[in-house]
Design a protein around this ligand. Sequence first.
Ligand SMILES: C[S@@+](CC[C@H](N)C(=O)[O-])C[C@H]1O[C@@H](n2cnc3c(N)ncnc32)[C@H](O)[C@@H]1O
Length: 502
Amino acid sequence: MLEPCGRRPPADSLIAEFSRFLSGRMGLHFPPERRADLERGLAAAARELGFTDTESCIRSLLASAFARPQLETLASHLTVGETYFFRERPSFECLEAHVLPALVRDRRAGERRLRIWSAGCATGEEPYSIAMALARAIPDLSDWNVSILATDINPRALRKASLGIYGDWSFRDAPAGIRETFFARTKDGRFEIAERIRSMVSFGYLNLAEDGYPSVENATNAMDIVFCRNVLMYFDPAHGRKALEKLGRSLMNDGWLFVNPVEMPQTALPQLVTVNLPGTIAYRKGARLASAEPERAAMPAWLSGAPVLSQALADVAAAIELPQMAPQGGQPTVCAPTPYQQAAALYALGRYPEAAETLRQALARDPGDAAAMALLARSCANQGDLAEAAKWCKQAVAADKLNSGWHYLLATIVQEQGAAEEAAAALRRALYLDQDYALAHFALGNLFRRQGRRMGSERHYRNALAVLGGCAHEQVLPESEGITAGRLAEIIRASLSSEASA
Ligand SMILES: C[S@@+](CC[C@H](N)C(=O)[O-])C[C@H]1O[C@@H](n2cnc3c(N)ncnc32)[C@H](O)[C@@H]1O
């Protein structure tokens, strides 16, 4: 097969190398039967990126470790964006009839809060369907603090999603009355989503293969419900499983995960239990349900006496490089980890209740340990207990006032509680202590942006970019739960360009 300009298509070996690269950066998997899709998408991306042929485009991308604009172009040509309102309707029927009423019943007496994430939301039909389901299922919705986070790797899809204007085809399986109740007709015959539905959803860029989640910083923590449907089926199995494990950690205990059952790996994920619902299947996270039997025989001595620890914890302990003592009698021995290290390992595994318990015990022995307080704050935030998280974070700040990281963490927590001014004050304190704190500039930029303070927002975005300019692309930023300098710079540039085009 020849390309339109008469050149031969790229060699198999080059395509194979690029596929590996794509899988690492975006999780996407192109098996042989989708080779034609890959070549078609690549040819279109090459044209858009200004190359005369696909091969030189691939070689240039491989050589440059492509950055955000290239990733954006690739995502728009290589991902499948098909979606429509109330797609796979039984999931929404169960959401409305079963999941939401039970959640609302449980929460009515306490904090009236619901957190939902549509991961891989494409052009927005899925998160807006969730918002409409909420409006139908909860009569006193205005008394609830509801947030629906909707993320995708394709910024063009996200821009369309934020506009909230759709044609007939998006309603191909919508229940009767949806269009009349929740949309207004535009002059050109399309349909614009009602503001009360639009305002429940916030859209953002998130690459499920690369970005850090769960994280308080990008609000991917403590979810009651996660939808990630028809996304992971395009991932290679290893990235798909890893993404599912991380999505599981983003859930509260008893939280619900909606994925297409074909996207679940062959071997079960211990955190998630299959629940048969009328006409569909969902997955539920539950500490009660998860098997956490310690594999004592296989564990080093220091682990075998610890509560509810598994081999997986031993692996993480190895990964965080617990100090080795000098070999004695020829056998290297592993030092017992501190309770903080144990808690950090549990936290890294997403076992937040156990991490919190270990930290509480550590703090009972050493009440002044600010790092333990801050990790306890994160563990509480990841379980959705923001009041407790704020309490511990304030104690960390009081114990170690000069640590800019604790002020930043406090800002992210109180902002989730809706206290924007308190968050801004904490971010200013973080920047007072460390004016090169890129994440704090970024967070303050976001906060100002939401308040409509464009100049302030742009100033802080540019400050962050200036600081990031001096960092290595792959440098992981402190307090960021894994975000790199290069990645944050890409996100900020995208925010600046979307602000300019708004
Ligand atoms: C077929 S759509 C699914 C939309 C919606 N969830 C549904 O079921 O109707 C798949 C979406 O996943 C997104 N996607 C693919 N790879 C991704 C990644 N690595 N991170 C985040 N989103 C990704 C694509 O951009 C696309 O919008």
